[in-house]
Design a protein around this ligand. Sequence first.
Ligand code: ATP
Ligand code: MG
Length: 256
Amino acid sequence: MAKIFCIANQKGGVGKTTTAINLAAGLAGHNQRVLLVDLDPQGNATMGSGIEKANLNNSVYQVLIGLAAVRDCVQRCESSSFDVLPANRDLAGAEIELVDLDSREQRLKDALAEVANDYDFILIDCPPALSLLTLNGLCAANGVIVPMQCEYFALEGLSDLVNTIKQVHANLNPDLVIIGLLRVMFDPRMTLQQQVSDQLLEHFGDKVFKTIIPRNVRLAEAPSYGLPGVAFDKTSRGAKAYLEFGAEMVERIKQM
Ligand code: ATP
Ligand code: MG
């Protein structure tokens, strides 16, 4: 049975998609069978995996609405040997259409149940909102990975996310836990980032992953080649950090 993780933070541009793609590639590199679910109408995880979002016949949108099964929609990230359930702007419509459907927040969970035995890991890249799409991600998942930049407002946003996760845990998905907070785009020369990082450790202790992802331009360049950073330039500091993060995740899950 696949372990299902949601990569979520309602703040935009904090490194969710970069984390999702590189963790998928890193786990696949350890011979794990991985499905990356793009749950964002921006389709960044799709494009970053080398799949053209404009040419999709079937996508996660059709899955959520009940028009297609997951198996009929998955495509392969050839460079890094994982599967992708792709998304494009069609998915923006799902937000409205789902409202009238039965068990609207459980649609992704039900759909993924059909492929749970085909994979070791299913990673869900969430959009930057605490929306019905993100709620579907949280209901489907066993755990949440929260990438964050160590900036002043990051801590404020974090309490909203933690409250949402608590509510989902209490009302909709008793399995859901926070796996950990991942410090990304980290620049140790910035005193403020160090201070926020210290505060995070103080408040969240072991919930903060030991691995820190540095700010690294190679990670930002990779998506324009349709490649995960870890495939684009394995020797870059960013790629090495994500590979280390993959190993830390595997260890952490063993303790779950
Ligand atoms: P959104 O909320 O829009 O979905 P996101 O949280 O998924 O955004 P990303 O798309 O992963 O964030 O990252 C935002 C931008 O920062 C992208 O241009 C990405 O290439 C860049 N980026 C992400 N991580 C790093 C890093 N460690 N070093 C440098 N640039 C990075
Ligand atoms: Mg994203």
